[in-house]
Design a protein around this ligand. Structure first.
Ligand code: SIN
Length: 283
């Protein structure tokens, strides 16, 4: 069966048809999927039936498996995290429910991530994605010049002692996330404009979950420009939205996208298995 690549929006995202991810892809299919990954930044596959081992094998096609920091892995699988919200968990905050690129608080943030749907609500619980090449390209020349060579400080805000959510905030008990960890307060500097190592293209690389301020500036001084960039980055024209179905799998490139898990499915269960690919230091 030949591979079909169907873009889902103008900005990014493509659905890949004619691929069974439970089996080795073979050289030409693997090359086509890698090309599509660089062309479309986030790939969607439907109607897959994957064991945890098969999901890990697919993830490894893009690089070594990364351990997800601050989140308890699935029993027996140190590289898989269960992203679960139970039907009974109402009015809580959920994992990934703000625009972000994964774990940019790490020195070497993950290159990409894979999310596989085992149980999905009939409606709701979509994931949104935004294209950070497009966000960079659409900045004014003046803003591009101003940000060139500038670094931003990233911190594991949700997991640390200084910037974490208030203790009164109701969070899911179905996913064990570390809170109040002093080591998550560690500051890491990354370029605000990063160059993708494979495509050579420039992408905006800040996000509201992990970015704290510009290097050598206060939070107060940084806030107006960062707030502008966060709003600019997710203009509808730069985004796509994926409606999950059981057996669907998404693979995204954290170096040039942001994503947002929409938390609009109270009263319905959603269960996903999540893996990540090791990345390198942003330049
Ligand atoms: C995440 O990886 O940020 C969660 C995405 C989702 O659950 O849709």
């Amino acid at each position: 069966m030949s591979i079909e690549i169907r873009p889902v929006a103008g900005a990014l995202g493509a659905e890949i048809r004619g691929v069974d991810l439970s089996r080795p892809l073979g050289n030409s299919a693997s090359a086509a999927v890698h090309r599509a990954f660089h062309d479309h930044l986030v790939l969607f596959f439907r109607d897959q039936r994957l064991t945890p081992e098969q999901q890990m094998d697919f993830t490894r096609l893009f690089g070594p498996l990364a351990v997800t920091p601050f989140v308890k892995p699935m029993d027996g699988y140190p590289h898989i995290v269960k992203v679960l919200k139970e039907a009974a968990e109402r009015g809580i905050s959920t994992f990934g429910n703000s625009w972000h690129s994964d774990f940019t608080s790490e020195q070497e943030p993950p290159l990409g991530s894979v999310l596989y749907a085992l149980e999905t609500p009939e409606h709701g619980g979509d994931t949104m994605f935004a294209n950070m090449y497009a966000a960079y390209d659409a900045l004014s020349d003046g803003m591009k010049r101003m940000l060139e060579g500038v670094k931003a400080i990233h911190v594991g805000k949700p997991y640390g002692t200084k910037y974490g959510p208030p203790r009164t905030m109701k969070t899911s008990t179905s996913i064990e996330i570390a809170r109040n960890l002093p080591e998550a307060d560690r500051e890491v500097a990354h370029p605000v404009i990063r160059t993708h190592p494979a495509t050579g293209k420039k992408a905006l690389f800040v996000n509201p979950i992990y970015t704290l301020r510009f290097a050598d500036m206060t939070e107060e001084e940084s806030r107006p420009v960062l707030e502008h960039l966060y709003a600019h980055a997710v203009r509808p024209e730069f985004t796509c939205r994926f409606r999950w179905t059981k057996g669907a799998l998404a693979l995204w490139d954290n170096r040039c996208t942001l994503h947002y898990a929409v938390n609009d499915y109270d009263g319905r269960r959603r269960l996903m298995h999540r893996t990540m690919i090791e990345g390198d230091r942003p330049v």
